[in-house]
Design a protein around this ligand. Structure first.
Ligand code: ACO
Length: 455
């Protein structure tokens, strides 16, 4: 039975608003009819407290540090699943059975290559182009090679386009890297699984195959699955926004890539590594840096710390920190940036500035050290995040696409610009040609032809 909240407006009118309770007891007030009934809208700049949809994909309890995909704790998924199984779970709602696994795996293999003439796109970018720019542009370009993918009209077509995107995004990412370092682009191999195949395309050379260790493969698998979805974050909301206008899947996820790029979102993993590099190469101590953060020196934040939803440890950060230690030990690497990161964490977690604001390490704090150990260059970090987030974007796109009642996302606003004003005639020079008036601004560069009417 629906329960109602009562909202009393300044003029004394009261309105009844239905409430909604989610599976985990989360409560919401449904304001969809508020404006129609009262003339009021709700205002929440930055969506600090706005539920934009009901979704069955991912659950986060930010206070308790809980993250679940389709009901499964991320810790269990991390222990038992491959990235691709996780993708299938997110997209279709259940872990795949052996037959579904085999079919999807075959599709991923089939879709892993890029059309041969697609390669010329890589050469069209300037040498120092950021790979996120290349990735977003080329995901959109990919659609032009998949005309049937513009309109998805059954489950089979959906599975085909999902596999194409998941598979080719990694081929594009590796090819963008190879072009940027002036090495030949490697073809995918049909005998390798998803993560190994990506590492092969990144690091093999025509004369030498790259053989990743089991630990390296496992660390990248973990990185990808921990990034696979995170409910209504900036990029996923962007994907849903674009999808709600009935844009195709390629266009929607390309928009997600652009939204992910910013350093307050997915770009934070690159920003963390730049911060650690800066600390490593300068005389600044960790305490000096923290002091600058607290003094709010222009543009300085402790990157990889804080989160809109988590007010406690981000469970992904805990798992990545553990993996980081394990990977570096197995590779017998000592990275001084790990020591700096540990010290930053320790200082921040015992400082009232961070404690009182409930700022903890987020997913980006340790991930860069893992990626660096795997040989991934810093500019590629956010691209790796995008590969990882692809299943979540696809799952959210599907939720919009499957809904028969989905409306276009179209927030309202409170207008704060000028009130209506009288038009002031500035340089009045209007020409009439056959009764069609050409405005002054368009005439600015043209001499007045003889006989034209000007005012
Ligand atoms: N360093 C210093 N201060 C911070 C940080 C930080 N990393 N994060 C938040 N704060 C402070 C803010 O200055 C603010 O203080 P105030 O209330 O005194 O003004 C308070 O904590 C709340 O911060 P907001 O920016 O209002 O929090 P919001 O929820 O809008 O932002 C965000 C969350 C963007 C993640 C923020 O914590 C941040 O900038 N972190 C650093 C960038 C980062 O790591 N981003 C990755 C997030 S995870 C992801 O998207 C994959």
């Amino acid at each position: 039975m629906t329960e109602y909240a009562t909202l009393t407006l300044p003029d004394g009118r009261a309105t009844q608003l239905p409430t909604i309770v989610g599976t985990e007891g989360e409560q919401a007030v449904d304001i969809a009819r508020l404006r129609a009934d009262t003339g009021y809208i709700t205002l929440d700049d930055g969506y600090m407290n706005t539920g934009s949809c009901q979704s069955a994909i991912t659950f986060i309890d930010g206070e308790a540090g809980i993250l679940r995909y389709r009901g499964y704790a991320v810790q269990d998924i991390a222990k038992h699943c491959s990235f691709i199984e996780t993708a299938q779970l997110l997209i279709w709602g259940e872990l795949p059975n052996p037959e579904q696994k085999a079919r999807f795996s075959a599709l991923l293999t089939e879709k892993s290559t890029l059309p041969e003439d697609f390669r010329r796109h890589f050469a069209a970018f300037p040498v120092h182009a950021h790979p996120m720019s290349i990735l977003s542009a080329l995901i959109n370009a990919l659609q032009t090679y998949d005309i049937p993918g513009l309109v998805i009209d059954d489950e089979e077509e959906f599975e085909r386009v999902s596999a194409a995107l998941l598979s080719k995004v990694r081929t594009i990412a590796a090819a963008a890297y190879k072009s940027s370092v002036g090495e030949p682009i490697m073809y995918p191999r049909y005998d390798l699984r998803y993560v190994e195949n990506f590492l092969h395309m990144m690091f093999s050379k025509p004369y030498r195959d790259y053989e990743p260790s089991a630990e390296a493969t496992a660390a990248l698998n973990l990185f990808l699955l921990l990034h696979a979805d995170h409910e209504q974050n900036c990029s996923t909301s962007t994907v849903r926004m674009v999808a709600s206008g009935q844009a195709n899947m390629y266009a929607s996820v390309a928009a997600g890539v652009c939204a992910l790029w910013g350093k307050l979102h997915g770009g934070a993993n690159q920003a963390v590594m730049e911060m650690l590099n800066q600390l490593r190469s300068s005389d600044m101590t960790v305490k000096d840096y923290i002091a600058k953060v607290k003094d709010r020196e222009a543009g300085i934040r402790l990157m990889g710390f804080g989160h809109r939803v988590y007010r406690s440890f981000d469970p992904r950060a805990v798992l990545l920190k553990e993996a980081c230690d394990g990977l570096l030990n197995s590779m017998q690497i000592h990275d001084p940036r790990l020591d700096i990161a540990r010290e930053l964490e320790a200082v921040a977690l015992s400082d009232d500035y961070f404690v009182s604001r409930k700022l903890y390490p987020n997913v980006d704090f340790y991930s860069g050290i893992i990626l660096t150990a795997l040989g991934i260059p810093t500019e590629m970090f956010t691209v790796l995040f995008a590969i990882g987030r692809m299943p979540g974007w696809i799952a959210n796109w599907k939720e919009i696409y499957d809904s028969s009642t989905q409306k276009i996302y179209r927030p309202r606003q409170i207008y704060t610009g000028p009130a209506p004003r009288e038009w002031q005639n500035r340089f009045v020079r209007e020409r009439t040609t056959g009764g069609f008036k050409i405005p002054a601004d368009l005439l600015a560069d043209q001499p007045d032809p003889a006989g034209s009417e000007t005012a």
